[in-house]
Design a protein around this ligand. Structure first.
Ligand code: AMP
Ligand code: GLY
Length: 463
């Protein structure tokens, strides 16, 4: 990129000349990285974006100087591009390459990276590592749990039936695309079924986490993290179930919302303060345990329960769709935040979010996540109004510019407004105008659904 410095003087000229040369490598899989590229493109530094993605994502294609399409888990190929393009920094979006240690390779090649190294990424990629770390550092944030490394039917039965009174969760101990967790009463009808699943997990992965089933309302708090510097984003609520009314199988997330006060209607102030504290203490615990700083995004998945909050899980990256809600609200320079994360110079004043509400509704193929019957069919979008955003997910553009849906979530539609209700209307109106064999959850962000969450919290916390 040629810097334009004419007519500028002194410091400004030097800064612009330097910053216009910023080159960022983005390892991507879909809408989350489209939102990341969009935030980078709003940076006054106008970084040049080199994307590597699993599909020919039209959003990334428009925003990137180069788009390389292929298998992002083929690390020698990714590193070849990294070494040829010599970026100033790299951002790795999806969980698989992070869990597999891509940040270690990039850092070893001298490329500062916004994503934790493999050892630190165990906070997401290993449920037992995450539980043990938290048990040591913040014991009251963790439900009752045990890790089993061999199948001991008697012990297992006793733990589930007696200690957990039959309300339990079985967690596969590695990444499984959000499908490794089974909950009693939802996915597991009897204790025998749970024991059978635990046995499969041990046989496949060598260990399993069994834990207490928590009752409450889930929410997420994501933070920018550089070692012990932790700066929060607005709190978010995700909707994992496929169909309206929180029914059907779990998905990668059918939609999300944030509120203009950066909290959520069903949370008390102390809930959010505690979540923030837990993210900070977790970053400190990771530094102690792994003896190196976490540099990236720490995603705390929480549940507000009767007597406070507990950790459901941690992710070592932006959520998808959570990134689609918060990044459009970021009014400060995202490229600068990324640089500060890699250099250990992250400060509060670098991070500013607009006080607006957002509602994201994911359009997905009609039969998602059950089958891939609509794969390849064409979808068309209306023009995007000013107060909405469209981020492309599993969709591919052909030579004629037509957009074909893939098997997974198609596109995240974000409405932005002064209230959740206003943002919901914007997203809903847009989704209804989209033509193709796609569907979305009409209930996400509606007063009825949020009212239910508030009712659940009130009934749990009656004094
Ligand atoms: P995870 O992959 O750990 O986020 O789990 C996926 C989903 O399983 C969560 O979003 C929760 O809805 C549910 N879940 C996980 N752990 C628990 C728990 N201890 N109690 C109740 N539900 C849970
Ligand atoms: N939306 C949940 C996730 O990204 O893990």
């Amino acid at each position: 990129m040629t810097p334009h410095c004419h007519g500028l003087t002194g410091l400004t000229m030097t800064m612009l000349c330097y910053t216009a040369d910023m080159k960022i490598l983005l390892v991507a899989s879909g809408a989350r990285e489209h939102a990341i590229a969009d935030a980078l493109s709003r940076s006054p530094q106008k970084p040049e974006i080199i994307s590597i993605c699993t599909t020919r994502n039209p959003g990334l294609k428009n925003l990137s100087r180069e788009l390389h399409v292929g298998n992002i888990l083929d690390f020698p190929w990714v590193m070849e591009i990294a070494k040829q393009t010599k970026p100033d920094l790299a951002i790795v979006g999806p969980d698989d390459p992070i869990g597999g240690g891509l940040a270690d390779l990039l850092e070893a090649a001298g490329i500062p990276t916004v994503a934790p190294k493999k050892s630190l990424a165990r906070i997401e990629s290993s449920k037992s590592f995450a539980r043990d770390l938290l048990q040591k550092a913040i014991p009251d944030s963790v439900p009752k749990y045990r890790v089993f490394t061999s199948y001991e039917p008697k012990e297992l039965n006793k733990f589930i039936a007696q200690d957990l009174k039959g309300d339990y969760v079985v967690k596969y101990d590695a990444l499984k695309g959000g499908k490794g967790v089974k909950v009693s009463g939802e996915h597991l009808a009897t204790i025998e079924e749970g024991m059978q699943y635990a046995k499969e997990c041990i046989e496949e992965g060598g260990r399993v986490v069994i834990e207490e089933k928590l009752v409450g309302v889930e929410f997420s708090l994501l933070s920018f993290v550089s070692g012990t510097q932790v700066i929060d984003m607005p709190a978010i609520q995700d909707h994992k179930r496929a169909y309206a009314g929180d029914t059907g199988p779990n998905t990668g997330g059918m939609g999300t919302y944030t509120d203009s006060d950066h909290s959520l209607p069903f949370l008390e102030e102390r809930d959010l303060q505690r979540a923030s504290e837990i993210n900070r203490l977790t970053a400190q615990a990771l530094l102690r345990e792994c003896r190196e700083p976490f540099r990236g995004i720490l995603y705390g998945g929480f549940i507000a329960v009767k007597d406070g909050i507990r950790v459901i899980e941690f992710n070592a990256r932006f959520g998808d769709p959570e990134a689609l809600n918060v990044l459009p609200l970021l009014s400060s320079d995202f490229a600068e935040i990324c640089r500060a994360i890699t250099q250990g110079t992250l400060t509060e004043d670098l991070v500013r979010f607009d006080h607006k509400a957002t509602v994201c509704k994911y359009l997905a193929p009609e039969s998602y996540p059950v089958s891939k019957d609509q794969k390849g069919t064409v979808v068309t979008f209306p023009p995007v109004p000013k107060n909405a955003r469209l981020f492309f997910g599993d969709i591919a553009e052909d030579e004629q510019g037509l957009l074909h849906v893939g098997g997974s979530r198609t596109a995240g539609i974000v409405g932005i407004g002064n209230s959740i209700a206003e943002a919901e209307q914007v997203a809903e109106e847009f989704c209804r105008k989209v033509q193709g064999q796609v569907r979305h959850r009409e209930d996400i962000g509606t007063a009825a659904l949020i009212g239910q969450r508030m009712k659940t919290m009130r009934s749990l916390r009656v004094r």
